[in-house]
Every structure is written in C-alpha cells, then in structure tokens.
Design a protein around this ligand. Structure first.
Ligand code: RB5
Length: 152
C-alpha cells in the first residue's frame, strides 16, 4: 500500500501529526507538499495527490485543507478518484465499506489530531464490501465515461 499525502497551509500541522501514525501502521507514504506554513492554493496540492491516485502510481491518498471542502472538490474531478471528506469514525468506515474511497480528505481546522488519527486507523483497516456497492460504483464509472466522451 503506497499513499500520497498533501495539504495546504491550513492542513500542514495535521499532516505533520499523522505521518508518524502512518509509519506505525507500516504504510509507505510520499509527501507531495506543501511543507511550508506560508499561505498557498489548495488546488495545486490536491491535483498532485489526486493525479497520483487517478493514474495508478499510488494506491490511496490523504488530503488536508482547512475545511476539507476545497480538496474534496479538486480530488473528485479526477477519473477513478473517490474522495471522502470525513470528520468522524462512522463516515470514515462507511466511505471504505460502501464507497471504496481511495482518497481520505481531512478538515485540518475542524477536527483535532487525535480524531484524525482515529479516522485514519479505521479508514485503512476497513475493506470495501462489494456486492450492491460495486454496482453503484460501476454507475459512477459509467458517468465518468459519458462525460469524457462529451468532452472529445
Ligand atoms: C484556506 O484558507 C482555506 O480556504 C482552505 O484550506 C480550505 O478550507 C478550502 O476549502
């Protein structure tokens, strides 16, 4: 399992707080920035991480901004990306079981690091259930194909 991680300035503190946990969980991760507390634009870092997942170079991603909303909007533009904004355990669990989420988005200004760490533990240990949920994901993939064809 290889995980791409990224954040903007509002997510930096949380990113630094979760990387030791990824180490403890034996997860290989690569940091795509930002590594500075200077104000920056979340689409730049959202794009880097989402492209890694969308193009199959990384298995999963973690993105963090202030609310998680901007990063979610960016990530879900990428084909094959299913980004889930989670601020509690239940959504984190369901995003894996029902949505096979491959990018976890965290709101750095809304939850604390302890909550983020709990969410990460649950998100990485929960498997996709498949079955009727796979049928629904196939419908999302079909929507992506339809949109791509309209753009050609
Ligand atoms: C940055 O101030 C903030 O707008 C950003 O981190 C994020 O919350 C956007 O959705």
């Amino acid at each position: 399992m290889k995980v791409a991680i990224g954040c903007d300035h509002a997510g930096l503190e949380m990113k630094n707080a979760i990387t030791p946990l990824l180490e403890d969980l034996g997860i290989k991760w690569q940091d795509f920035g930002t590594c500075s507390s200077e104000s920056c634009d979340y689409p730049e870092y959202g794009e880097k991480v989402s492209a890694e997942v969308s193009e199959g170079r990384m298995d999963r991603g973690i993105l963090i901004c202030g609310t998680g909303i901007g990063m979610s909007i960016v990530a879900n533009k990428f084909p094959g990306v299913r980004a889930a904004l989670c601020s509690e355990d239940y959504s984190a669990k369901m995003s894996r079981m029902h949505n096979d989420a491959n990018i976890l988005v965290l709101p750095g200004r809304i939850i604390n690091s302890a909550t983020a760490q709990d969410i990460i533990k649950i998100w990485f240990k929960t498997d996709f259930e498949g079955g009727r949920h796979q049928r629904r994901l196939d419908k999302i993939t079909a929507i992506e194909s339809k949109i791509n064809k309209q753009q050609v």
